[in-house]
Design a binder for this molecule. Structure first.
Ligand code: SF4
Length: 466
């Protein structure tokens, strides 16, 4: 649920990047890789409609070039794209140079494939005169499936082997009360059935490091975001006012320094917003962020966790970070199983709504909430995002996306506080009910509000107005 990747979009950038990587593996397995003379990539539906603003074309090419989104040096992206456009040659998987016209060989189709709104089809033109096709679907959060969903079946088998298989919130409630454990402890037990404690800790540490770094970079980078909207980076100015003359030399020292700053309500609001804006400004400029659960909503969880570390609990360290991320991940996974984390399926409630819900539950647990209160916090956060549409201006993940992360973070903090002051076991609306409601709302939502830039703000404000 929490993955390291490159901005600006998990479904439109990370997913297509992964699909391209998977297609190369397929070609190699079928012993066709050495026969490839040319390539065409067809994008469908939402992937096509907001593909340029979401850098789907660039991500696909980076995957075809053989780069991995977790490890790619961000500074390589621009020169690689410039070379490709200049010479019309693509070094497939870094091994074979073939003809590739960036303008013509990536085809944007307005029609939707029936299986999912984010479809993409790769075609290889082979030296024996034949063609090889493969179709992938980017289903949100950077996850990619084929229609036959063989991988999903394998995942389901793995899932059945968990000591505590969880499909719904009610399962979590049952295990936590039967075992007298926190949600994070149940999730940790499940994780341990897949990997060692050292591996889990290293993975979570790497995730937190990228979250912290993305906040740090965003708060220390000024200027305008790419894409044509001329959106001015706001985290830089906001951070400058908040941090004043305090000095530090690294992201970790920066965190410690923030702990010494003023904590009036207004400054807390500004800090939380600043953290969220910072991550999403990095995301909008194709920087490295953690998909949580998507890239468009990548700022909410780091902002709320940073709030906890810098404002709420100055003694907190890796144990609390780990606890927070384990709970957040599990809540996100409930939404993925019971509804969707794809804006192309459910609008922005599936992105910002889910991230806010994940952050609210996680914050509630580290603040001492019971499992019932944790689920209540998650429920409250989603309840007040229901129906939120996705209408990014110019197809870019900037307006309303960046600011929306700060709103999602603040709502998460409030939801956690409301839950901590309540008896979670008397909640009128369960987390499972709100997940079902979100899914039903997603199905009723008009397609133009599902990451197509054909409705809402996207049609009220055009690029030329900016
Ligand atoms: S409006 Fe929301 S769902 Fe749509 S791209 Fe922006 S953050 Fe993602």
């Amino acid at each position: 649920m929490l993955k390291i990747g490159v901005g600006p979009s998990s479904s439109h950038t990370l997913g297509p990047w992964r699909a391209a990587e998977r297609w190369i593996v397929e070609l190699k397995k079928a012993e066709l890789f050495d026969l490839v003379d040319g390539i065409a990539v067809n994008l469908y539906g939402s992937l096509s409609l907001t593909g340029i603003g979401h850098a789907t074309d660039i991500a696909t090419v980076m995957g075809l070039l053989g780069y991995d989104p977790v490890t790619v040096p961000i500074e390589n992206i621009e020169p690689e794209m410039n070379n490709l456009k200049l010479f019309n040659r693509l070094n497939l998987n870094g091994e074979r140079s073939i003809d590739f016209d960036f303008q013509k060989d990536i085809i944007f189709n307005k029609n939707f494939l029936p299986f999912h709104p984010n479809g993409m089809k790769f075609t290889a033109f082979l030296s024996n005169g034949k063609k090889a096709h493969s179709t992938f679907y980017s289903i949100g959060g950077g996850f990619v499936v084929k229609e036959e969903r063989r991988v999903a079946k394998r995942q389901l088998e793995k899932f059945k082997e968990f000591p505590f298989p969880i499909v719904k919130g009610i399962d979590l409630s049952k295990y936590t009360s039967e075992q007298n454990k926190k949600i994070s402890e149940i999730v940790y037990e499940n994780e341990k059935s897949l990997r060692s404690e050292a591996e889990i800790d290293a993975g979570l540490k790497a995730i937190w490091d990228v979250m912290l770094e993305s906040m740090y970079i965003g708060c220390h980078t000024e200027g305008t975001l790419p894409g044509g909207l001329k959106v001015r980076r706001r985290a830089y100015d906001s951070h400058k006012k908040l941090i004043g003359d305090l000095q530090y030399d690294s992201p970790e020292e920066w965190l410690q320094t923030i702990r010494k700053t003023e904590v009036k309500f207004r400054s807390i609001l500004k800090w939380v917003s600043c953290f969220a804006l910072a991550v999403n400004e990095v995301n909008a400029s194709l920087g490295r962020v953690v998909t949580a659960p998507t890239n468009g909503s990548a700022g909410v969880i780091p902002a709320v966790l940073m709030y906890y570390l810098t404002i709420e609990n100055h003694k907190a360290g890796f144990d609390e970070i780990k606890q927070f991320l384990l709970v957040a991940g599990e809540i996100g996974s409930l939404f993925k199983k019971g509804a969707t984390i794809s804006a192309a399926m459910g609008g922005c409630q599936a992105e910002i709504g889910v991230s806010s819900s994940m952050a609210a539950g996680a914050l509630c647990e580290v603040m001492g909430g019971t499992p019932a209160q944790v689920m209540m916090a998650s429920e409250i956060a989603m309840e007040h995002h229901l129906g939120l549409t996705c209408d990014p201006i110019g197809g870019l993940v900037q307006i309303p996306c960046i600011e929306r992360n700060s709103m999602g973070a603040i709502k998460a903090i409030n939801a956690a506080e409301l839950a901590l002051d309540s008896d979670g076991s008397h909640a009128k609306i369960s987390l499972d009910s709100v997940i079902n409601t979100m899914w039903e709302t997603a199905k009723d939502m008009n397609t133009k509000y599902k990451e197509t830039s054909e409705g809402g703000l996207a049609v009220q404000v055009s690029l030329s107005d900016c």
